[in-house]
Design a protein around this ligand. Structure first.
Ligand code: 5GP
Length: 190
């Protein structure tokens, strides 16, 4: 997978923080570049077009932009899991996710009305690090009886091992940019 436009942007505008954190606030995580996001949606659509997907699953907030772009192109519904349990949601599926960037565990939940037995889903997110968010999604899909057709990430930090874990679970993982190292605050791509 070779997505030069994204790689160039990461190298030019990405910033490293201690503890292996990459900030891409100026074009993905805070201020967003819709043209780049559309291209990301197109790339995910191309990758997953023959996988017989019924819907796209993501986690609020940063996964929503790439997921909605992909959903618009593929004409598929997009469901985002919520981090706060709404009082008005019945029939709720819940799992726990540990966030290493925030160093806390949060719940992810979604209504079982929007994830049904036998549905084939793709999970889209901004980052793949240790794979904790993805584990929460695997758990929710297991509870619902839904099938994971694959997972797509804008940026994978390869050195944190989430990709290896997901592949060991038999999941097809696609990342548009792969970061090999953030050592000495230098962004090194594969
Ligand atoms: P994981 O669950 O795979 O350990 O981490 C992925 C989640 O944590 C993503 O949803 C993302 O929001 C956040 N995350 C992990 N690493 C980074 C990072 O280097 N930068 C930013 N901005 N978010 C990250």
């Amino acid at each position: 997978m070779n997505f030069k436009l994204l790689e160039k942007r990461i190298l030019e505008d990405g910033r490293c923080y201690a503890g292996g954190i990459l900030k891409v606030d100026s074009f993905i995580n805070h201020q967003m570049d819709p043209d780049l996001m559309m291209k990301i949606g197109e790339e995910f659509s191309r990758i997953f077009k023959n996988k017989g997907i019924d819907k796209i699953l993501t986690i609020e907030a940063s996964g929503i932009a790439p997921a909605i772009m992909m959903g618009a192109i593929m004409h598929l519904p997009v469901v985002f899991t919520k981090k706060k349990q709404p009082k008005t949601m019945d029939n709720m599926l819940v799992s726990n996710v540990h966030s290493f960037t925030k160093d806390r565990t949060y719940t992810v939940c979604l209504s079982a009305d929007f994830l049904k037995k036998g549905e084939r889903v793709v999970f889209i997110d901004d980052f793949l690090a240790y794979g904790n968010a993805a584990r929460g999604i695997i758990d929710l899909c297991r509870q619902a009886g839904a099938e994971i057709a694959g997972m797509g990430f804008i940026i994978e930090k390869v050195f944190q091992g989430g990709g290896d874990y997901l592949k060991s679970q038999g999941i097809d993982v696609y990342s548009l940019a792969r970061v090999k190292s953030l050592d000495n605050c230098k962004i090194e791509l594969e």
